[in-house]
Design a protein around this ligand. Structure first.
Ligand code: SF4
Length: 361
């Protein structure tokens, strides 16, 4: 075995983390943990992993679930397309693979939401196939140790890292090597404040020798944030409130929110809350309170949200149904009891606001 791999595995054997999905060979649980942990810290993902495993014992239970339930369980993790893909993947495995995960990376990558990293993780952890699960930890460790001085999103960078990873995993137990790299990257060769003085491979490390630990891997230039203005209307009648499902291909697809109008000016949007009258095809609306601006940042977008509280309006369940017949855009609206709001998966921004004003727990 390569000496770098052997040192990292030796380090892992005494310092590796105890995680509930470690030593697991059930591909369903391995896959769940990997999907949940993409772009999520272990501490944040752990309760979601337990929640999903408790609710769905196997792939069949998940494949039979309603999307609304899956989104509700996922609520708070963000990146909701991962949850939708997870459900689509479970359904495909049941319909096309008799409920059994394929074993090879090539076959796994054909499934919704499974990219190279997740495929390699499932294939190596569950089926002991020799395939490096190259993630941010691999990128960081390999670029530092081998001095790869190219932006980490460049194809040349990824090809070089992958080739080195293939050499490192050769003759190593693949599931142990992949887990060891993940833990080593999270606990020692960390993005910031790497613990080089405790590092078992310091003698091999280009970045350490050349004082470039904080420069590698090289970050690509930052993309400017897209700024969006979301104006939310709170319309209620007695103990009921008007919700809208986000049906467009956009962030938060299929989640529930309040009726919303988006404007696109980056500075001082010219927006009148009375525009809600057009949106909802109602004649008389009367505003009684406007929230402060709330800034909500996503990875590539900055949402500036404002919430407008309107006086009670004369909505009844049957008037929603009548409106749905009359106006096409009403198909995504529904009235719900305020105490049932918790049953709807919502963007955290909306949920937090409704909680702050006492409409939700
Ligand atoms: S010496 Fe530092 S930068 Fe190099 S591999 Fe070890 S922890 Fe990472």
């Amino acid at each position: 075995m390569n000496s770098i791999s052997a040192s990292i595995i030796r380090w892992y054997e005494t310092n590796g983390r105890e995680l509930p999905w470690r030593n697991e060979t059930d591909p369903f649980k391995i896959w769940l943990s990997e999907v949940i942990l993409q772009q999520t810290k272990v501490e944040q993902g752990m309760p979601y992993f337990h929640k999903f495993v408790q609710r769905f014992e196997n792939i069949y239970n998940l494949a039979n679930a309603e999307e609304d339930e899956v989104l509700l369980l996922w609520q708070g993790l963000g990146y909701y397309s991962r949850a939708r893909n997870m459900l689509a993947c479970a359904r495909k495995i049941v319909s096309d693979y008799h409920g059994k995960f394929p074993e090879t990376v090539e076959e796994l990558k054909k499934l919704p939401g499974i990219g190279s990293y997740t495929a390699a993780a499932i294939s190596s952890f569950a089926f002991r196939k020799t395939y490096p699960a190259v993630d941010g930890n691999f990128n960081r460790i390999i670029s530092r140790v081998f001095g790869i001085n190219k932006p980490k999103n460049a194809t040349e960078f990824q090809t070089e890292v992958f080739q080195i990873a293939e050499n490192l995993i050769e003759n190593a137990p693949p599931h142990i090597f992949n887990q060891a790299m993940m833990d080593f990257g999270s606990l020692v060769c960390k993005p910031r404040h790497a613990l080089c003085n405790q590092c078992p491979i310091v003698d091999f490390c280009y970045a350490f020798k050349n004082k470039m630990v904080n420069e590698l891997p090289m970050n690509p230039p930052k993309k400017p944030l897209k700024i969006r203005n979301f104006h939310y209307g709170i319309f209620h009648r007695k103990n009921q409130i008007l919700l809208a499902k986000r049906v467009e291909k956009d962030i938060w697809e299929n989640l529930y929110q309040l009726p919303m109008i988006e404007t696109f000016e980056e500075q001082n949007p010219t927006f009148s809350p009375l525009q809600f009258a057009n949106l909802l095809n109602i004649n008389n609306i009367s505003l009684f309170k406007t929230s402060d601006e709330i800034i909500h940042k996503l990875s590539h977008q900055k949402i500036i949200a404002r919430f407008y509280h309107f006086e009670e309006i004369d909505f009844l369940q049957n008037s929603v149904e009548e409106r749905q017949e009359q106006y096409r855009n009403w198909n995504s609206y529904l009235m719900t009891d305020i105490e049932k709001l918790k049953n709807y998966a919502m963007p955290q921004l909306v949920k937090d606001y409704l909680s702050d004003c006492g409409l939700m727990d």
